[in-house]
Unconditional design. Sequence first.
Length: 166
Amino acid sequence: MDSAWKTVLWPQFGAAIDMLENAIDACPDALWSDPSRNPEFWYVAFHALFFLDFYLAESPAGFAPPRPFTISEPDPVGAVPERPYTREEIRTFLQHGRAKGRNAIGGLSDARADELSPFLNGHLTVLELFLYNMRHVQHHAAQLNLILRQNTDSAPGWVRRAGERR
């Protein structure tokens, strides 16, 4: 894939992941798994990371997230995991997604970028799926920042590029 695209895509994709991480780190323990919130903070973070990992897979067939996570997230019934995941479990999942994203973008060829993705009914190219995935992560990072702002009157700042966290 054109090196100009790669030099632009990863810093922005990674910045969305950094913003999600900043929100996870800023969450007070009392808010992390507050059962009065629907959805709970940890669940929004898990959901974003599950689909980050899922859409970075080669295909939906045979996909499995790392343990202790399960494949239940895309369940049409809306099955929620049996227990809240800990902050450390979520951080580990985030690191997994960050590495997977960096590697996937680094290895992306022009031919692969132009292929139709097997995700989302084949309506997007692989390159467009990267942008879709980045937007999904950023959407939930913003959702978590709103929850933080509403509950603590504080939220992490904007991340311009991957690795430039405030």
